[in-house]
Structures are given as C-alpha cells and as structure tokens.
Design a protein around this ligand. Sequence first.
Ligand code: HSE
Length: 298
Amino acid sequence: DSIKIFSPATVANVSCGFDVLGFCLDSVGDEMVIKKTSSKGITISKIEGYDLPLETKKNVAGVAGLAILEAANVNFGFDVEIYKHIKPGSGVGSSSASASGVVYAINELLGKPFNKTQLTAFAMKGEAVASGNEHADNIAPGLFGGFTLVKSLEPLEILELPTPTDLYATIVHPQIEVKTSEARAILPKHIQFKDGITQWANVGSLVHGLHTSDYDLISRSLQDVIVEPHRKQLIPQFDVAKASAMQSGALGVGISGSGPSIFALSKGETTANQVAEAFENVYKNTTIDFKVYVSKIN
Ligand code: HSE
C-alpha cells in the first residue's frame, strides 16, 4: 500500500516545438513516497529540498492527486512525501515532475485503472496551480518517457516519438529565476507568416529526424525563429553558451522550457560531456552560480 517512485525532469519546447514537443531526462528528477491512507483525500506530509506549500489545494501534487482520486471515486486517500531535487523555476519541469509523479504512483497503487493520456489530464490540473494555465509539454514526456508531441489539448492527444539510440542531453542551469508567466508575457501576440513556415518545417523535420535517426537532420531542425529571439534576453550569456556548445559538437542548443536552463542535444556521451565542459567554461567566468548535467534520453 506504499510506493516509492522517481519522477524525471523534462525539457519542453525543444527549440522549434513551442508548447508541443518535450523530452524526458533519464537521470535527473525528484523522488516521492506515496502511501494509502484510510481517510479520504490527499495529504502532503513532507517536502524536502525546496520550500513549497504543504496545503493540498496549493500544492501541484496535491491538486493532481485530488484529480485522479475524484475520477477513481474511492473511499480512501493517499499521503505524499516529496524529495525534490529539481529546483522550482529552473525550466526543467519541476512542478510537472511533482504532478506527474503523484498521479503515476496513485495509478499504480490503484491497480492501473487509467492510461497515460488520462494520467496526463489529471497531472495538468496540478500543473495549472503552478503555471496558471494547463499545458502538457512537460507532463507528457515525464509520463510517457522519451520524446512526446502534444497533438492537441482538446481532445487531449499525445504522440510518442522514437528516440535515436545515441541521443544525449546536456543541461546548464544558471541559478537565476525566470517565471514561466513572465517568459510568456514577453512573447508577441502575432508572428510573421514566413517565421511560421520556417518553424513548422523545422518541427516536421525534427520529427522525421527522430523517426529515421538522422542526426544531421535533427541538428538542422533544432532552430527556433519565433520564441528564442524574445526569451534569450532573460538568460545571461545565452548566445555565448550556445555558440560554445555548438563548437564543442552539439547537434543543437536552445532554451529548456521557459528557461533559465539551456539544453543541448548531442550524438554520443563523449560529445555531451564536451558540451557540459563548454557550458562550465562559459559560466565559471561569471558571477552566476550554475549546475550542469548530462542525461541519456530514452
Ligand atoms: N511550453 C511552455 C513555455 C513550457 O515555454 O512557456 C514552460 O512551462
């Protein structure tokens, strides 16, 4: 009646796929312990790592847990302990990890009555508490693994994309805070038609590259002409870090979710580690604290 799970960090957008593409980081994430309780509802008894609300309705895991419980219509409840390793506001899906972790765990303890798309919908209720709007581009890769594409929110339709076997992510997280709401507020209301054409050509090409393990095509498709030009000003040293990672052999570099983390994709672990070193060399010459990590994508 108790389960301990690992809930992964995720990278949303993946350059050209704003609000639709995402991938799962294999080796970075939170741990959670979920226990069945005789009383109904969700309690959050412990959060370690970061200062977040314990009150169920103010906590993303609490609200996501209530959503799955309501659908399951059972006369018991669950207690949640969260051991957070993903810093909130870092751009690698911290709130999503809490939301998707709790619904995954409760579904396991209930005997798996819900499919992954249903779990995504429950987790989105929790995610909305943190970000103000329901979106699934971090939740879906956390629950499905690998690369996902959110084809539509209504009806909710998630596509699982294949991951080439040798694809690695390198993440640098400058320790500054970028609020998703602010990173969304600076985006233009309208885009140029020609930029739309470039962007959807890139999304289609990236998806094709993932299907055919065409690393060169993946590289040429990791380009964002719509969002990155506006958001990169929120991230100190973005252009320098990007150029340096590309010189070290990265296939592509972009903003992870709404930032401030930056992701790079590489073919092979050796290159991913060289990119990590390039990121380190950029930020160690600044006053900004930072963390760098490498993760395989599965
Ligand atoms: N797609 C979202 C954004 C992800 O870029 O605003 C951040 O939660």
